[in-house]
Design a protein around this ligand. Structure first.
Ligand code: SF4
Length: 775
């Protein structure tokens, strides 16, 4: 069974997302023999959807799992289907086309893909968290060998499972959104993708959001707040480190500073990983527990983001941010006092701002300036503004819409003028066309779907920001005005949400009177209806809102980080498999870690990093590429003597005592090195490309055929040699270059070069092997 996981944004834009990784683990856990591949939004000019691991296309999969992460992205699905020769509507696609399941955090707002009678672009929609329902669905789908029609088979596989709706008709009974209660399965081995995030594992420490901000769907769709213990998470982190080859762990939650055992978790992760990164934290949490900042600073965090949201107390109450002026002052002063490198303050403009709100914001900016002037303040501070998108499943879904740019001018110009006057750095997150497009799609009704999907098939996609003309086309298709509300759209009325509709409306009534009734963690239950029973309610209300972080815990993390800085790398010869050729240093490090930990699981608590130490080191990475073959790696580890040769056998590391790396070894420094690059080009074409590369460096040469001594003159040549002229050899850049048929098809280039050779330019003109794509 081949499962294709499809993202609706590009690989670059989704590099830091953990969703496709989680889906891959769920599939492999449910169906260990399944072949899992991942595809990302292709460019407009080459729209074919292709899996990065196996080259699988849309039609070649047995099942396609689509993640829709944000509103505008939904349009990319019908565009991709149409551009790949498939009908955009599920009912028009034959049974031979694999079923397409769409889930993700925007599933509740994907009504632009669903007509009022239930006909839809995906064959199935999934609402909620997939951890429990999806594996059951997959097992049933796989086990059901009966040659039934696709829709019947889907209905059977999804029968009785929370979260699934098989499109084509409205469901006969309401369905419940799915909620996860258990940790995801242990991470499975999967080659890393060659992105900036290679070597980073996202560790989700909690599910759901404890707060009830009136603008944020996550506080209502992802309820109740659930977290795992530090012990459970550290076990999961070890599996992630092995499976991803992770050097860095990113601790992730909607509000990290709500986790009750954050101190234990950070200390354990600081010892397990070379680096740590931290996702968002609430400003009220920073104010109430400054030790969180000390803990994260000790683990290396230097840039912090605080969501202030409303520009005045009244606006914050409307947004139910549960954040007072005093808490904002305390949080910012805590951060500035700790000399962080960068502070970003996020604000949301609602469209309801008045001159009183702007006056409050002006006062805040003056106070902020005053805090900067405190001795020792050295922090770059940036204020970032966005316009409020009213989303389904939030109290502000009942608010009026602001679809005319002129209505925003007062607030947008007002905050910009205040920042100018107070000389504060500010930026606006999105231009108006993108805002309007997002709001229109979030507010549209099911009866707009046909027109929206037709626009997508004609090329309106979310490949980048929209122009005013593109948004105008969407506005012509989605005929909404200021008196419409998101709640009017009544998207997916048959889905029972985690939070009761009456609670949502009550929160709207409160927000519209600027009444913020807070949130339940460590306080009283507000009656949203998301908890299963009294025990779950009591667990939330009866615990402290902030973690206890003793000074000794922070000192322990400081000590661990100081010890890490004193570690001396161990240099070892290694023979890199062919798949490494042409990859980035980040990917190579992640893959090395992954392979080493697969060979030596007992090194998981020891090994912190594994880096190629010649071609991808320091400045070399700007000119050179990682080759296949022999090179040197730098291993940083606790107790490095446990990695020495002789103790263990390794297939990757060389263990011949005659082959020890000469000391002292200087990483990145070599006079000449032999290396191999592979390409899918035939030898003749590869040789011409190599010649062009030499010419671009002004290295004169002649191209000569290489023949096997046994070959007859009639046989085509087996390879090519680029003989460098004496003048070229004097430049001491490239010493030798042969092109031979590759062991996996295509050609292999064997080079002898100095660090001056710009191999990156050569790699750019040599398309990689299909079997070893540059992932
Ligand atoms: S039911 Fe009560 S305790 Fe549970 S999430 Fe809702 S408000 Fe909080």
């Amino acid at each position: 069974m081949r499962v294709l996981i499809l993202r609706l944004s590009s690989l670059r834009d989704t590099a830091r997302s953990a969703t496709h990784r989680l889906l891959a683990d769920l599939v492999r856990d449910a169906l260990p023999a399944a072949i899992v591949d991942m595809a990302f939004l292709p460019p407009r000019r080459a729209p074919r959807v292709t899996g990065l691991l196996t080259g699988c296309g849309l039609a070649g999969a047995d099942l396609v799992l689509v993640t829709n992460a944000f509103v505008r992205e939904a349009l990319n699905l019908p565009w991709m289907l149409h551009a790949n020769g498939l009908a955009p509507w599920a009912g028009d696609r034959p049974d031979s086309v694999p079923p397409i399941l769409l889930g993700g955090s925007n599933a509740f707002a994907a009504q632009c893909l669903v007509q009022p009678d239930g006909r839809a672009v995906p064959d199935a929609l999934f609402f909620g968290e997939a951890e429990e329902s999806l594996p059951l669905f997959l097992r049933r789908w796989y086990a059901d060998a009966a040659p039934a029609a696709k829709r019947e088979r889907l209905l059977h596989a999804a029968d009785g499972l929370d979260g699934f709706w098989i499109t084509g008709a409205l469901p006969p009974a309401p369905l419940r959104q799915a909620a996860a209660h258990a940790l995801p399965p242990p991470a499975r081995d999967l080659p890393p993708l060659d992105t900036e995030a290679a070597g980073t594992a996202r560790l989700t420490v909690a599910l759901g959001c404890a707060a009830f901000c009136s603008f944020c769907f996550e506080g209502y769709e992802r309820k109740p707040y659930r977290e795992w213990t530090a012990t459970e998470l550290l076990t999961h982190a070890r599996a992630l480190k092995q499976a991803c080859g992770a050097r860095t762990a990113e601790l992730d939650a909607f509000n990290l500073n709500h986790h009750a055992q954050l101190g234990e978790l950070v200390e354990g992760c600081a010892r397990l990983f070379d680096r740590l990164a931290f996702k968002s934290q609430r400003a009220d949490g920073v104010a109430a527990c400054p030790a969180v900042v000390d803990l994260e600073r000790a683990a290396g965090k230097s840039s912090f983001t605080l969501g202030i949201e409303g520009i005045s107390p009244r606006q914050r109450a409307f947004l139910a941010k549960s954040l007072t002026d005093a808490e904002i002052a305390a949080a910012i002063q805590t951060l500035l006092g700790r000399r962080i490198r960068e502070l970003k303050l996020f604000f949301i403009l609602t469209g309801h701002e008045t001159s009183d709100d702007l006056a409050d914001f002006h006062d805040f900016c003056l106070r902020l300036k005053g805090w900067f002037n405190q001795p020792a303040a050295c922090t770059r501070t940036i204020l970032s503004f966005g316009r409020l998108v009213r989303m389904p499943n939030t109290p502000l879904a009942f608010d009026r819409l602001f679809l005319d740019e002129a209505e925003w001018r007062f607030a947008v110009d007002g905050v910009a003028a205040v920042c100018r006057r107070t000389q504060l750095e500010c930026r606006f997150a999105f231009d108006f066309p993108d805002y309007l497009g997002t709001q229109l799609l979030a507010a549209c009704r099911h009866d707009h779907a046909q027109a929206v999907v037709a626009l997508a098939c004609r090329g309106l996609t979310a490949h980048g920001p929209w122009s005013p003309a593109e948004t105008a086309r969407l506005h012509a298709a989605i005929t909404l005005g200021a008196t419409d509300t998101v709640a009017d759209a009544a998207a997916f009325p048959f889905v029972q949400r985690a939070v009761a509709p009456a609670f949502l409306h009550r929160r709207w009534e409160e927000a519209s009177h600027a009444l913020d009734t807070g949130y339940c963690l460590g306080a009283a239950c507000l009656g949203c209806g998301a908890c299963r029973d009294a025990a779950q309610r009591d667990a939330l209300t009866g615990r402290p809102r902030q973690p206890a972080i003793p000074a000794a815990r922070i000192a322990a993390v400081v000590g661990i980080e100081a010890e890490k800085r004193r570690l001396t790398p161990v240099y070892r010869y290694v023979t890199l498999p062919d798949e490494f050729a042409g990859h980035s240093p980040a990917w190579s490090s992640a893959r090395l870690m992954q392979l080493l930990l697969a060979e030596h699981p007992e090194w998981t608590d020891l090994l912190l990093s594994a880096e190629e130490a010649l071609f991808g080191w320091g400045d070399n990475r700007d000119r050179l590429v990682i080759p296949a073959g022999r090179t040197v790696v730098a291993l940083r580890a606790w107790e490095p003597h446990r990695l020495v040769r002789g103790e263990v056998y390794s297939g990757l590391l060389c263990h011949d005592d005659d082959e020890s790396v000469p000391a002292p070894f200087h990483p990145g420094v070599f006079a000449r090195a032999e290396l191999v690059l592979h390409t899918r080009l035939e030898p003749r074409e590869a040789a011409h490309q190599a010649g062009a590369w030499l010419n671009a460096q002004r290295l004169p040469h002649t191209l000569r055929r290489l023949r096997s001594p046994d070959a007859s003159p009639a046989e085509p040549s087996e390879g090519w040699r680029l003989d460098l002229a004496p003048a070229a050899l004097k430049r001491r850049t490239v010493f030798a270059l042969d092109v031979l048929p590759g062991p996996h098809g295509g050609a292999s280039l064997t080079l002898c070069v100095s660090p001056k050779a710009n191999l990156a330019n050569l790699a750019d003109i040599l398309p990689p092997l299909v079997t070893h794509p540059h992932l």
